[in-house]
Design a protein around this ligand. Structure first.
Ligand code: NAP
Ligand code: BGC
Ligand code: ZN
Length: 354
């Protein structure tokens, strides 16, 4: 079967011929339909994030997938069911407390591998196998848009954790701002329009630009961070009850605190490299304390977040998901899926239509 991988020492995806995997006990065989590419995949390709499976000279890419159960192998799943696989697996197959509790997304580094990202082969192949407990059924109506379940689950976890921090008091958020006009940012912006009166999205692009058009179609206000740095958003627009950072631009983590309204919460998603810059630590500390502000980080997601994501996608207008998908590549010509220019939002590799 065909699989798209990166070899050690390379930063280019390559098509490999690999044997079709055999499901072990408790595992199902999945025929992959679509696999998405996100900012993390680019970070993995250039060696800035993740790592190869131990002892292998390559890693199959891909962690956002939708497929069909091809062989349920006695797992209780039904052949033909659409599924989206979660990303984290036990390291060396060894159980630990996080997996035992069904919270692998809360495990620290070393206590998990991530398929297609760190220490385990990913989903960008004609077939994959997975323990059934990590395969989340996707309704037929969502179909191949099930490729958005994993990214939407990242948003679901982030919003769940952010609102949990505001639970002890009456919090009625009206304004929300997404930092980043990539695929994660734009999908999250739509989600936030459903619960906030006014939404904003920060980028650093000139018009005309397809992501600015989409921000406005979604109903958000575009903010250019070259003209309005994030910490100046309150002066130029208004203060934000919720900020969702999806740029990986490290100064945004600090600027977020200054753009928040009193009692607001900022959620960080980006995974930057080491990045030194000057900050006024006293002012930051003071701002967090005297205004009851909260800054949290969140990574990965698990089954319950996949289920929430499925509800989100079921409610999303089809034009949104259509507009987000800018490239549908085939395994025979995969290069267009890894082009990272201003026209690209979400590229997918399609292995089969159904
Ligand atoms: P992406 O497609 O690379 O999008 C990032 C966007 O941020 C780009 O549109 C980029 O604009 C914009 N940006 C970067 N610096 C900026 C700045 N200074 N001002 C304004 N905009 C800026 O990545 P993605 O897939 O949406 O993911 C976003 C980040 O979240 C990545 O770092 C990714 O690794 C991370 N992530 C984390 C998790 C998690 O579990 N924590 C899950 C998924 C993704 P230009 O294109 O114009 O440069
Ligand atoms: C993936 C998550 C993963 C994170 C860190 C994200 O792009 O969607 O599943 O935990 O990267 O590797
Ligand atoms: Zn991702």
């Amino acid at each position: 079967m065909k699989a798209i991988a990166v070899r050690r020492g390379s930063d280019e995806p390559e098509v490999l011929e690999k044997p079709r995997p055999e499901p072990q006990r408790g595992e199902a065989l999945i025929r992959i339909l679509r696999v998405g590419v996100d900012g993390t995949d680019h970070e993995v390709l250039c060696g800035a994030h993740g790592g190869f499976p131990e002892g292998d000279d390559h890693m199959v890419l891909g962690h956002e997938a939708v497929g069909v159960v091809a062989d349920s192998n006695g797992t209780g799943l039904r052949d033909g069911t659409l599924v989206a696989p979660t990303v984290r697996r036990k390291p060396n197959g060894e159980i630990n407390e996080y997996f035992r509790r069904g919270e692998p997304d809360m495990a620290p580094a070393g206590d998990y591998v991530e398929r297609g990202i760190v220490g385990a082969h990913g989903f960008m192949a004609e077939y994959i196998t997975s323990p059934a407990e990590y395969l989340v059924p996707v309704p037929e109506a969502i179909g191949r848009d099930g490729v958005f379940v994993e990214p939407a689950s990242i948003t679901a976890k982030a919003l769940e954790h952010a609102s949990a921090t505001r639970e002890p008091f009456q919090w009625d958020p009206e304004t929300a701002c997404v930092l980043g006009n990539g695929s994660l940012g734009l999908l999250t912006l739509w989600k936030l329009t459903q619960s906030h009166d006014r939404t904003y999205c920060v980028g650093r692009r000139d018009r005309p630009d397809p992501t600015i058009d989409l921000i406005e179609r979604i109903g958000g206000t575009y903010v250019d961070s070259r003209e309005t740095p994030v910490d100046e958003i309150p002066g130029a627009h208004e203060r934000m009850d919720l900020i969702f950072e999806a740029t990986g631009y490290a100064p945004h983590a600090v600027q977020t605190v200054h753009a928040l309204a009193p009692n607001g919460v900022g959620v960080l998603e980006g995974i930057p490299d080491s990045w030194e810059f000057e900050i006024d630590g006293g002012e930051l500390h003071n701002e967090l304390v005297l205004h009851n502000k909260c800054l949290i980080g969140t990574v990965n997601s698990h089954v319950s977040h996949f289920e929430t994501a499925i509800d989100t996608l079921a409610a999303a207008p089809s034009w949104l998901l259509d507009e987000l998908v800018t490239t549908v590549a085939t395994p025979d010509d995969v290069a267009p899926a890894f082009v990272d220019d201003d026209q690209q939002i979400k590229a997918v590799v399609e292995f089969a239509e159904r």
